[in-house]
Design a binder for this molecule. Structure first.
Ligand SMILES: Cc1cc2nc3c(=O)[nH]c(=O)nc-3n(C[C@H](O)[C@H](O)[C@H](O)COP(=O)(O)OP(=O)(O)OC[C@H]3O[C@@H](n4cnc5c(N)ncnc54)[C@H](O)[C@@H]3O)c2cc1C
Length: 407
């Protein structure tokens, strides 16, 4: 493992830094310092700035409107955006740009790439992720959304659940069963469905915090053109699995930066609340520091492999397991530092629902309560639960015997 980036990556880093210096407002301290409305407005403008300068879809081919740069440069950009405390796009860009865009670049037909990629970059098309179902989460291949062929159309019937921000999207990519007569992994197709299709209904789910970030999506005789399939008919499993890799790609680089920023905030919280001389709190803060450093080195390891092979191996599961379980203990410490004050909500609420609050956020109780109550709890569930990560690590890295499959 080489911990230094090559000279050309450092040259690109300098370019990004000068771009940020030119385009960020004076006195910028991070997106977390803005209130929700201002943050939303800033993010929309910022996304356009990134897109106009070829920085959204940086490693996608130029002929479709991408930046034509390397994966390493993409990682450098992600690091610099995280350091400058600016988002790479809107929350839906995790599913739209990172997941769907990258998947189309890899698996889409020429026509699909020509049509969708510029529209994803411009934000005209926003894709959300329709994988999970009430009876198919960890065991995703058990999904039962049906897509039956009728002439030139697929007819969709069934339900998806936990679809993040479905109310903000205009497209959903779904895994649907197109052949019920073969083994479960082999009869699945990866389909694209406009959310405005008659027969598609989005119902927001109310969460612990009282807000609604994810939804149920119902399909009742919803008809889409036969050509709205990515990859081969009945061959959607391969496409679906490669998409999950994109969820983890840049995380390896930016997680250590985000968690370090959160740890700095936690240290400040301990000082502000006069708890930084308490030996037990100090011991736990030191523990957090060692974990964030370990996360950094784990990140380098995963990145090295990703940049060499273009793929993320099972090692990415170590990082997912590590950060999500670390985070629950770190926010638990924040609540211990806050003590009784942690029962009183004050200050702005977090801008996002995943991982730490945005860098630059004030040390308000609302920030820690929401991160504690919801984000950190959900971290060991979304993108593969801790139990599933442990199985992957056991079977695919340690070579332990396979988990028995109940018949
Ligand atoms: C915040 C958030 C956002 C999400 N966004 C989306 C989205 O946009 N689109 C989407 O499609 N999905 C989304 N999901 C769903 C997510 O992918 C699933 O919740 C996840 O895959 C787990 O599935 P499940 O909830 O059905 O739990 P289950 O799979 O039913 O698991 C329940 C429990 O059983 C354990 N378990 C299951 N199988 C095994 C096994 N073989 N061995 C050991 N233990 C096992 C699990 O670890 C877990 O503890 C989101 C989830 C969250 C929390």
């Amino acid at each position: 493992m080489n911990l230094n980036y090559p000279a050309e990556a450092e040259a690109f880093r300098a370019e990004v830094r000068s771009f940020l210096a030119q385009h960020l407002p004076d006195g910028w301290t991070g997106i977390g310092a803005l209130d929700r409305d201002d943050a939303e407005e800033f993010t929309i403008r910022w996304r356009r700035t990134l897109s106009d300068n070829g920085l959204l879809g940086l490693s996608w081919p130029k002929e479709y409107g991408g930046g034509g740069r390397t994966k390493l440069e993409q990682v450098v950009l992600a690091e610099e955006l995280a350091r400058a405390c600016v988002p790479f796009g809107r929350l839906t860009d995790t599913t739209s740009v990172k997941m769907m865009g990258n998947t189309l670049v890899r698996w889409g037909t020429e026509e699909q790439k020509q049509h969708f990629i510029p529209r994803i970059l411009s934000g005209d098309d926003i894709f959300v992720q329709g994988y999970s179902e009430p009876n198919a989460g960890s065991d995703l291949a058990a999904l039962s959304l049906r897509a039956d062929r009728d002439g030139d159309e697929w007819v969709l019937n069934g339900q998806k659940i936990w679809t993040s921000r479905a109310y903000e999207g205009n497209w959903i990519f779904v895994l649907a069963r197109t052949n019920p007569d073969v083994a479960k992994h082999h009869g699945i197709s990866f389909l694209l469905c406009p959310l405005e299709t008659p027969g598609v209904e989005v119902r927001p789910i109310r969460m612990l915090t009282g807000e609604s970030d994810f939804c149920e999506v119902f399909f009742t005789d919803a008809r889409i053109p036969i050509g709205n399939v990515v990859g081969e008919v009945d061959g959607g499993w391969k496409v679906a699995m490669s998409l999950l890799g994109h969820e983890r790609g840049e995380e390896a680089a930016i997680n250590p930066i985000l968690f370090r920023a959160e740890l700095d905030r936690l240290l400040q919280l301990a000082r502000d609340r006069g708890r930084d001389r308490d030996p037990v709190i100090r011991d736990r803060l030191a523990w957090c520091y060692t974990k964030v450093e370990t996360l950094r080195f784990l990140g380098y390891r995963i990145l090295t492999q990703y940049l060499r092979s273009g793929e993320l191996g099972p090692e990415a599961s170590i990082s997912k397991l590590f950060w999500s379980e670390y985070h629950q203990r770190a926010v638990d410490l924040a609540m211990q530092i806050l003590g009784a004050a942690g029962m009183v909500r004050e200050g702005p609420r977090p801008l996002r629902y995943f991982r730490p609050d945005e860098p630059g956020a004030p040390n308000s109780t609302n920030s820690w309560i929401d991160v504690m109550l919801l984000n950190a709890r959900a971290g060991t569930v979304y993108a593969g639960t801790s139990q599933v990560q442990r199985t992957i690590i056991g079977e695919q890295i340690l070579g332990l015997p396979k988990e028995p499959v109940p018949s």
